[in-house]
Write a protein that binds this ligand. Sequence first.
Ligand code: NAD
Length: 295
Amino acid sequence: MARIGFIGLGNMGAPMARNLLRAGHAVRVFDVFPERIGRLVAEGAEAADSPAEAVAEAEFAITMLPSGREVRAVYGGPGGLIETAVPGTLLIDCSTIDVATAREMAALAREAGLGMIDAPVSGGVGGAEAATLTFMVGGPEEEVERARPILSAMGKAVVRAGEAGAGQAAKICNNMILGISMIAVCEAFVLAERFGLDHQALFDIAAKSSGQCWSLTSYCPVPGPVPSSPANRDYAPGFTAQMMLKDLDLAASAAEATGARVELGAHAAELYRRFVASGGASTDFSGIIRMIRGE
Ligand code: NAD
């Protein structure tokens, strides 16, 4: 059993913290929304009033926050994790953020005698609930090994990508594939509708053909073929379009900084920007099919 502080109890963080409790760990939780803390406390977690209180005495401090801005706020400054965690604590940031912030936080943590790894995830809310996430991890090998049993209680795969920031780099590349492939799957279903082709028929065929991909078979953007996908609950998230836009923008800035050509990635970002601007921000990202359909 380990003592774990967990900060950020949203769509992903809540089920991840729940799986740590199920695995028998002592988990102290914090979120800016008190009702999110209350739900986890009812399931056996301890409540904290601040990030500092969540990680006091903790061996591991896990953050699952929206973006780099919130990670900086929780890690840095007076009362932040870097100032308040006891030396020896391993900080594990599972949020998807930019590589520069991840590296900067890791360097600050190290100066303070703390370990830090970036460990963003893939697998969606379904993977978080079923403890089948994939963790892509950046940081020193011994810290990754120290975190492995904790991460394994929340996921099925823990893959070290390299040093600090490498987990975020892998995640940004992965989500660029996801953003592009979701739009491709949505366009295919909309075209099928115009042909008069049944959703289930296209699904049954593409799922066994070269069009097969996660956006189709695990997260189908039309209701019916994959009962757990957000399409079956009016596109309640899940993974919001706003978050997908954040990740595609991270990919675009990384591409600019490195000179990589990512034309489809850039176009996917523009389509998500339009969807977000037209009111889709807190819809699941697969809801972009409505815009593609012309609704
Ligand atoms: P979310 O918005 O549902 O949850 C974020 C939580 O952080 C919220 O409960 C919010 O109140 C809390 N929070 C924000 N600022 C805080 C602060 N200063 N202190 C404490 N708590 C704070 O987001 P999510 O969907 O759970 O995603 C979290 C991260 O995981 C994001 O970086 C996202 O890109 C990534 N991610 C999400 C999915 C998905 O399917 N939802 C999949 C993979 C990765």
